[in-house]
Each structure stands twice: as C-alpha cells, then as structure tokens.
Design a protein around this ligand. Structure first.
Ligand SMILES: Cc1ncc(C[n+]2csc(CCOP(=O)(O)OP(=O)(O)O)c2C)c(N)n1
Ligand SMILES: [Mg+2]
Length: 322
C-alpha cells in the first residue's frame, strides 16, 4: 500500500528530526556536559521511521542502546527526550534513565536497553500481553547484528514462534557490533535466514529505503495482528558515526566508509520524493528547518531544566506490586 501525502511528509519530518537531534547531541556531547554514553542513530533513520509509520499508537516497541531514533519515530516528545539525555528532572524518566534507559510507556516505547539482547524477551512479554488482553496490538523489537548472536534473541524468536506472538523482530544490521564486523561474528551473510529455524517469515531489506521498510512492516503487522505470529525483518544499513561518541573508528574499512557515505537514507528519500513529484524542494526545506528549530527548542529546554533533587534518588526506581 502506497503511503499518502501526509505520511510522506511525516516520514520525512521524522527522518530529519532524528538527524538534527543526533547531530545536536553529538555536538553537545563533545562539550562534556551530557553524562554517560551516547550511541547515535545517524544513517539508520529509515528503519525506525519506516517501521513505526506502519504501527498504530497502541502498538509497542522495544529498543536498544542506540534508541533515540526509535523514540522519535514512536512519537516521543523531543524536549522530554533531550532533558532525559541531559539527566534532568524534567526528562521522560525524570533524569534517571538517560540515553541508554530512556522509555515512554504512554507512547508505547517500552525502553532503550543497555544490555545487548535485552529487548527480545521484553517484546515477547508485550506480545503475550496483547494475546491475553486480546488488544491485537503488535510489538516491534529493534535489535542489532551483535544482539542477534545473543541467546536471548534465539530463545525469544523460538518462544514467539511457538506461542504465535504478535512480535516483529527488526534486525538493524549496520555491519558492526561495536568494533567487530558482522562478517566475523555472524556465521551467515543474512540474519534473515535465521527466520527459517523458527518457522517464521524472514526478509532482507535495504535499510536505507524507508518506503521498502514501511511496506514490509505493513505486511508483518498484518500477519501479527491477524494471529499469524512473528516475522523477522533484516535491514542492512550503515552507522555513519562511531559506535559511541568518542570512538575513533579505526576498525572501519575503506569499503564500509565509502558505502556508508554513498547511502544516506535522507538523501535517498528526497530523491524519490522529487522523482515522484510528491513534495517540492521548498516544502521539504521548510519541514527540515522546522525540525531543526524543534530540536533547538528541545536543547534550550534541557539546558535550562533543573537536575533531580538528591532526596528523590530512590523514588521511581522500583515498582511495588501489592
Ligand atoms: C550483554 C552485553 N554484552 C556486551 C555489551 C557491550 N556492548 C554494548 S553495544 C555492543 C555492540 C552491539 O552491537 P549491535 O547489536 O550490532 O548494535 P549496534 O551498536 O551496532 O547498533 C556491545 C558489545 C553490552 N552492553 N551488553
Ligand atoms: Mg551493529
């Protein structure tokens, strides 16, 4: 199903918002003010955007340590996100999650995760909840090529298959797990082939093509919502920056560097929009400029927000079920 004009605009807005957000975090992190680590999503914007455009608001996602793009695509507020990354009291998790544990349950963003492979079991939990409550919501589990080697992924894929859970596993294969190339850590070329081991559909996608990802996700969502169980989508992509900010990237070979430079998902989408005549370059520039301004406002909000109070250090850390 082709996206309509409004969806095209929204997809472009989401992609450029992620790009501006991440480039701003990169610049500000370099000043030494943001606490902890940040892992940027630049180059991978088409995946979160294409996938989340195919979801409805009550559907959920699980994220990774590289989660800012997932949050933005699922509709999280930029100001509250930036404040969270700054560890401020006004942040989405009152400054106690930070970049790697940011979450927004109301928006269906069940959490970034510092544990590689931590997301798949959570996605199975969300999928089981959907079955038990008969909500028909689906859960998308984003994970990296490195996470794909974790037992937690394999156990979750198997569980989702035998219980027919409405879970869509989205492998973001950016070719590296930190500094280890996928060709070294993965026994096969295409992660999607692993779907066959669990008797579920698997597809290899161009992770820089937002429309292809949107269409493949629609199909997987349709299956999941109609009780046909999980799918695995592998999106081949490129991480344009380091694994984390401060990574010198000496391990990236020339072929990877030149491929990633030539594959910019935003430029590709703009070219397609132009070729199809969906939006003029003036309209696209205006969306771009507006996204930049929203990110600048988010930054000012985060900078001017207070830090959490010391006496609040133990609040909102545990949930007590009685
Ligand atoms: C269980 C676990 N092992 C190791 C690490 C350290 N670590 C953090 S990110 C990362 C690489 C993850 O690679 P991938 O899943 O491909 O995601 P990407 O960073 O490429 O998005 C590693 C090894 C960790 N956080 N958790
Ligand atoms: Mg990776």
């Amino acid at each position: 199903m082709n996206p309509n004009q409004e969806q095209i605009q929204n997809m472009y807005r989401t992609m450029v918002s992620i790009r501006h957000f991440e480039e701003t975090v990169k610049r500000e992190f370099g000043k030494g003010i943001i606490p902890g680590f940040v892992h940027l999503y630049v180059g991978e914007e088409a995946i979160a955007t294409g996938v989340c455009t195919a979801l409805r608001p009550t559907d959920t996602i699980t994220s990774t340590h590289r989660g800012h793009g997932h949050c933005i695509a699922k509709g999280c507020d930029l100001k509250l996100m930036m404040a969270e990354i700054y560890g401020k009291a006004t942040g989405l998790c009152k400054g106690k999650g930070g970049s790697m544990h940011i979450a927004d349950v109301e928006k269906g963003m069940l959490g970034a995760n510092g544990i590689v492979g931590g997301g798949p079991p959570l996605a199975c939990g969300a999928g089981l909840t959907s079955l038990v409550t008969k909500s028909k919501d689906v859960c998308v589990c984003f994970f990296g090529d490195g996470a794909c080697e974790q037992g937690s992924f394999h156990e979750s894929a198997n569980l989702a298959a035998i219980w027919n859970l409405p879970v869509i596993f989205v492998a973001e294969n950016n070719g590296y797990a930190q500094s280890t190339p996928a060709s070294y850590h993965c026994a096969i070329e295409d992660i999607a082939e692993r779907a066959a081991s669990y008797g579920i559909p698997g597809a290899v996608l161009d992770g820089t093509n937002v429309l292809a990802i949107y269409e493949a996700t629609l199909e997987a969502v349709d299956r999941a919502r109609n009780g046909q169980g999980p799918s695995l989508l592998e999106c081949k992509t490129f991480r344009h920056h380091g694994h984390f900010e401060g990574d010198l990237q000496t391990y990236k070979d020339d072929a990877y560097k030149s491929s990633s430079q030539g594959k910019d998902p935003i430029k590709e989408f703009r070219t397609e929009i132009d070729a199809q005549g969906w939006l003029s370059s003036e309209e696209l520039d205006a969306i771009d400029q507006n996204a930049l301004e929203q990110v600048q406002e988010a930054l000012s909000f985060a900078e001017s927000s207070p830090l959490p109070k010391v006496e609040d250090v133990t609040t909102d850390v545990y949930v007590n079920y009685r």
